[in-house]
Design a protein around this ligand. Structure first.
Ligand code: MEV
Length: 439
């Protein structure tokens, strides 16, 4: 029986590995070897990774690919994408190339406002709380002056602090609802530091506010934290062309293709089961760039899906229409990103990926990511409404199946050739390998 362990974080890396493999794996020697295989041979680089988190054993690799030919607002980008799903980079590249010949993508940032809240309980008279808040508001800004100084110099800072009465939702519940501009930083640390200072000042000032009763003086701060819901930190990206230029394949007319694309988006707008998958495809593109640029994919995911249901129903993040003979396809997404701070300077690959993207500002990166999401959705829908997704997907998945079957290099070459004109499935790959091996 495995016993709980105390002081695990204090053990050396080797001791941690020994403990895990001997308690939880069937072949400790082999398991240890696997963990060590993924260590970086550069000791300093490995140490850097070890120190990102606690209890690091090794690194989990993810392929980093590049999708070239993304023309965005007249500038040509090669977009780094970190993702394990076989067809994503290929699909992005295909969509980028398709739109390159039609003027590329247009993207525009609609807002960069971030949000944070101090959630607190006040048991007393709301009118008195309002008066107190007006008095204390300048002190909130004064108390955070040292925290905001450098952000203010960069043109950012705290933009708004409001008192919100939430007692209809929950008894005695109020908020300081605050908005921030964090320029090229994602700003989580900046926002949370400001909020915690607001909370301290709020509590302290309340204790000394004479009009408050003893009970009213005891403001209870529940928590102070940024929100990953950022409906005013959004970006719009778009492609458009005359319908007759939508020559996606000789098997479907441009007009029919446009009609099917619009219908596919309409379905995702109305049907949540479809919308979730539709948006998942969009996130294939966005997340891959989020990861490659060292941004927080959990924050992005949470914010995007909340935004997709902002009107009460979960719906599509993309839109499509045909008007006056023009096909238009666009996306609106919230993306709270950073191109400075966090891992951006620390992780050598993240730094390099940002360089490949020409060291974008955060708003520029918002545009690139929205475009990656739009391109991915265009590619997925194009396949779905024409050949179906599996043909292309399985073609890309072929290498994984061949590797699972331990195919030799020669077998791989023959298989790639064979499946140019045949349907890929686990069975057909197995059959081919069997016939090759019995020659
Ligand atoms: C697969 O990762 C993504 C798709 O399911 C997206 C979609 O259905 O739109 C192909």
């Amino acid at each position: 029986m495995i016993k709980p362990i105390g002081g695990f974080s204090k053990l050396s890396k080797a001791e941690k590995i020994d403990w895990v493999v001997s308690n939880y794996t069937s072949n400790p020697k082999e398991s240890k070897k696997i963990l060590e295989t993924y260590w970086n041979s550069g000791i300093k680089l490995q140490q850097l990774h070890d120190e990102f988190i606690e209890n690091t054993l090794t690194n989990l690799y993810m392929p980093l690919g590049i999708a070239p030919n993304f023309l965005i607002n007249g500038k040509l980008y090669a977009v780094p994408m970190a993702i394990e799903e076989s067809s994503v980079v290929a699909a992005a590249s295909k969509a980028a190339k398709f739109w390159l010949k039609k003027g590329g993508f247009k993207a525009q940032v609609q807002g960069t406002e971030k949000v944070g809240q101090v959630h607190f309980i006040f048991k007393g008279d709301y009118e008195k709380l309002k008066q107190f808040f007006e008095l204390v508001k300048p002190k909130l800004f004064e108390a955070t002056a040292s925290l905001t100084e450098s952000m203010n110099k960069r043109g950012g800072g705290i933009s708004k602090v409001e008192l919100r009465n939430k007692t209809k939702e929950l008894p005695d519940y109020y908020q300081l609802y605050c908005t921030f501009e964090t320029k090229d930083a994602m700003g989580a640390n900046f926002i949370n530091s400001c909020l915690e200072q607001f909370a301290t000042t709020l509590k302290m000032e309340a204790l000394q506010y004479i009009p408050f009763s003893e009970k009213e003086k005891e403001i209870e701060v529940v928590m102070s934290i940024l929100s990953n819901y950022v409906p005013n930190c959004t970006v719009r990206a778009e492609v458009s062309c005359p319908v007759e230029e939508l020559e996606i394949s000789s098997k479907i007319s441009p007009a029919l293709f446009a009609e099917k694309m619009v219908r596919a988006v309409d379905i995702a707008k109305k049907e949540p089961y479809r919308a979730v998958t539709h948006n998942k495809g969009i996130m294939n593109g966005i997340d891959a760039v989020v990861l490659a640029t060292g941004n927080d994919f959990r924050a992005i995911e949470a914010g995007v899906h909340a935004y997709a249901s902002k009107d009460g129903n979960y719906t599509s993040l993309t839109h499509a229409e045909v008007k006056n003979g023009i096909f238009k396809f666009w996306i609106e997404v919230p993306l709270a990103l950073g191109t400075v701070g966090g891992l951006t300077k620390l992780h050598p690959l993240v730094k390099l990926n940002l360089e490949i993207l020409q060291n974008p500002s955060a708003p520029e990166l918002m545009q690139i990511m929205a475009v990656a999401g739009l391109a991915q959705n265009f590619a997925a829908l194009s396949s779905l409404v024409t050949t179906g997704i599996q043909k292309g997907h399985m073609k890309m998945h072929l290498m994984n199946i061949l590797n699972q079957q331990e195919a030799t290099e020669e077998e791989k070459i023959l298989a790639v050739e064979h499946f140019k004109n045949n349907t890929v499935s686990h069975r057909t790959v197995e059959d081919l390998l069997t016939s090759l091996r019995n020659r």
